[in-house]
Design a protein around this ligand. Structure first.
Ligand code: BGC
Length: 748
């Protein structure tokens, strides 16, 4: 997928004779581990840190500098001597071949491996990350990451650029689908699992975009203002959990500024918080084009510039030679990169390409989607549909005859055989184009109802759609909102007059089911009209089968919302998204490379809502919502009883959940806490959760451990977490607005 040119400061090098020499061997063979007595760092009994230091002793200054930057974006660029050994992904840092240290071969991998079209490879598209968040399933999150790691390795990469975890501070953020929802404990816990899964395949894992890249509008210039306490209790808590529990080898710093400094040269973010407080031993790489200085960035803690080398090559070498950057500081950057390579296993387990099992990939993608679909409404048990008693179904809208939409930008996974609604273009996908996966809900519905008359209407004309619906026993309307990196939604409405279509169909047929394919929360002016509503997110390679399995009841829905669906944009902390002043956001034609790399003038966004993100905001401000955080229905029912809270090393909440309905199901039990009033937090926080499978009439007593940090406030004076002595109210239930169990515990 091509994207608009960033200014990376590295033109193509077209030395064809040299290229030829490089291309042959690099593509012909898999790399072998270096293992001999001249390479003492290959002794696996030593720690990654010891091994890294042994390598550093042998490295020249140029070799060290070469590890600190990328060589461009191989996917989009001609083969050059520097990128020839790469896997033609979106980034590549040369290793130290002389010492048996391989290059770092990076690919985007949010919901699957990117750039497969242009490289002629296959990648499984998992459902969007937000769907994984909606499953609230720690094992599924691990599987999600493991599949990505496995396919990265199979394709020849050794580093993932996935792991997005910026929390949903603004539900219009175009990358909401790539992230894990609005709550730091949910998002952090799941991203840690995803990272562990990815790294289990001996691939360097990543967490991004550190931090506060919570809007795409003006992301490369916006200056986010937030207090340290609010920062640590919200966005940074998600990263803290991800980093300390998932142990990613790499952290990608974001494009934006935070409290004055660009993230990638922000000492507070990179050194004080990440490296000193969280003891992150890995390396920080910049988002693509997100490096804006040499000495300042190096001092602040940026270890690697990507994808080019404007600041971290010749300029870096000069700074070391002049003493502006000390040898120790240089070695620290190199050490972090090398120790991460050892820790992730990319040196001991060199690249070994192989053919993956796409059928298995489809199965995993389907199961992940089944676990993440959220049943938002189900009046008079409209769902599940009884396939044997239905004579006719009108399937309407959202190209559901051929496919399902996917999320765009650098997360984009290329569909098998190209975009399902475009003229055949078997190559790569295109930047900022809606990409549809060839997973047809119409076909999946037909397959489950061979005796029924199943019709299709494109859902572009309300009268025609209503007419089709009127003639059928059941109408199933698919509606979508595409989203991508590099854009935000102007509002939360469904585009393309889909609100009108849904209203017309639901009026024509009381048995109307709405299936939403969105990455972001949407408003629903028609919410009272249809009998049932499913949120299917961006469903991935086999989304249609997952949706059909839920519609016809072979799978019981068990997902819950990781983001609040508000009633209107007017209820958001920022009813109007602050967008950059247009004039200041473009470089004049005459701008020099130096000026372009230094970045655009800032514009300010104040996060005055502090840590009141998502449900915390609506609760504190007494604003009713359309569907609350943590909400989702099932085809069975659950009852909660017997809450006991105890204190020890961990605070523990034990309670019983019973399946009181007639079929098996899974309930996500959510544990919230209200802090003592001294905390000044007029809202509850999620402090734990568990997903419990239960047969009909079965009940289980479960214990959820509550990390004391999740009950603490961040004390700016002491620069650390404090558990305030006092009474804590623990609330347990099936959604942020349905917590039937309550207990108080006194903590100190
Ligand atoms: C995105 C990153 C991505 C990088 C490489 C940037 O534009 O913000 O998430 O990893 O490009 O494609």
């Amino acid at each position: 997928m091509k994207r608009p040119m960033f200014f990376f400061g590295r033109g193509p090098v077209a030395l064809f004779a040299v290229v030829f020499l490089f291309v042959g061997p690099a593509f012909a063979q898999n790399q072998q581990p270096a293992s001999n007595s001249d390479h003492p760092w290959m002794n696996t009994a030593l720690s990654p840190d010891q091994r890294a230091d042994l390598v550093i002793q042998q490295m020249t200054l140029d070799e060290k500098i070469a590890l600190l930057h990328g060589v461009g974006m191989p996917t989009d660029e001609p083969v050059t001597p520097e990128n020839a050994a790469s896997n033609r992904g979106v980034g590549y840092a040369v290793g130290v071949p002389r010492l048996g240290i391989p290059g770092i071969d990076m690919s985007d991998a949010a919901y699957g491996v990117r750039s497969s079209g242009v490289n002629g490879r296959y990648s499984t598209a998992l459902p969007a990350n937000v769907a994984a968040a909606a499953s609230w399933d720690v094992d599924a999150a691990y599987q999600y990451g493991a599949l990505i790691g496995h396919e990265l390795r199979a394709q020849g990469y050794n580093m993932s650029l996935g792991g997005g975890v910026d929390i949903t501070r603004d539900p219009r953020n175009g990358r909401t689908f790539e992230y894990l929802g609005e709550d730091p404990v949910l998002a952090g816990t799941l991203v840690a699992q995803l990272i562990k899964g990815t790294q289990s395949a001996h691939v360097i894992g990543d967490i991004k975009h550190y931090a506060f890249n919570d809007q795409e509008s003006g992301r490369d210039s916006v200056n986010i203002h937030i207090s340290k306490r609010a920062a640590r209790e919200s966005d940074l808590l998600a990263f803290e959990i991800g980093v300390t529990k998932g142990h990613p080898a790499a952290v990608m710093c974001s494009y934006n500024r935070v409290n004055g400094d660009y993230s990638c040269e922000n000492k507070w973010l990179l050194t004080d918080v990440l490296k000193d407080d969280w003891k992150f031993p890995g390396f920080v790489l910049s988002d693509w084009g997100g490096t804006h200085s040499t000495v300042k960035a190096s001092h602040a803690g940026l270890d690697n510039e990507e994808p080019g080398d404007f600041y971290y090559s010749a300029k870096f070498k000069a700074a070391v030679e002049s003493g502006e950057i000390s040898q120790a500081e240089l070695d620290e950057h190199v050490h972090r990169i090398l120790r991460s390579m050892f820790a992730a296993g990319v040196i001991d387990h060199p690249r070994q390409r192989f053919v993956v099992d796409p059928f298995k990939g489809f199965e995993i993608a389907r199961k992940e989607e089944e676990g993440g679909i959220v049943l938002l409404k189900n009046e008079k048990k409209a769902l599940p549909l009884n396939a044997s008693s239905i004579h006719s179904i009108a399937v309407i809208g959202a190209h559901s005859d051929v496919g399902m939409i996917s999320g765009g930008g650098s997360a984009q996974v290329d569909p098998i055989e190209g975009n399902a609604i475009m003229p055949p273009d078997k190559g790569a996908t295109h930047w900022m184009e809606e990409i549809w996966f060839p997973t047809s809900p119409l076909k999946a519905i037909k397959a489950r109802t061979p005796q029924a008359n199943v019709t299709y209407d494109p859902g572009t004309d309300p009268a025609a759609a209503a007419e089709a619906a009127k003639k059928a026993d059941v109408a199933i309307v698919f509606a979508y909102r595409w989203a991508s990196e590099a854009m935000d939604m102007p509002n939360l409405s469904l585009p393309h007059h889909q609100d009108e279509i849904i209203a017309a169909v639901a009026k024509a047929n009381p048995h109307t089911i709405v299936v939403l394919e969105t990455g972001n929360p949407v408003t629903m002016p028609w919410v009272a009209a249809p009998a049932a509503i499913l949120e299917a997110w961006f469903g991935g390679s086999d989304g249609a089968d997952a949706v059909a399995n839920i519609l016809f009841g072979s799978v019981n829905p068990s997902g819950k919302l990781p983001n609040t669906f508000p009633l209107s944009e007017a209820d958001l902390p920022h009813p109007h998204l602050t967008t950059p002043p247009p004039a200041s956001q473009r470089f004049p034609e005459s701008a020099t490379a130096e000026q372009r790399h230094a970045g655009l003038p800032p514009f300010d966004v104040h996060y005055d809502e502090g840590a009141m993100v998502g449900y915390k905001w609506y609760e504190a401000k007494h604003k009713p919502v359309l569907f609350p955080f943590g909400f989702g229905l099932s085809y069975t029912t659950f009852a909660y009883s017997g809450l006991k809270v105890s204190d020890g090393d961990m605070v523990k909440a034990s309670f019983t959940v019973a399946n009181t309905g007639g079929r098996e199901g899974k309930e996500i039990a959510e544990v919230y806490a209200m802090l003592p009033s001294a905390a000044g937090e007029p809202y509850k926080r999620l402090v734990g959760f568990t997903k419990i499978p239960l047969a009909s009439k079965e009940k289980k007593t479960v214990t959820v451990d509550i990390d004391r940090k999740y009950l603490s406030i961040f004390d700016e004076q002491k620069n650390g977490w404090s558990l305030l002595p006092g009474d804590y109210t623990i609330l347990v239930g099936g959604s942020s607005q349905d917590t039937p169990l309550k207990a108080t515990i006194s903590l100190k």
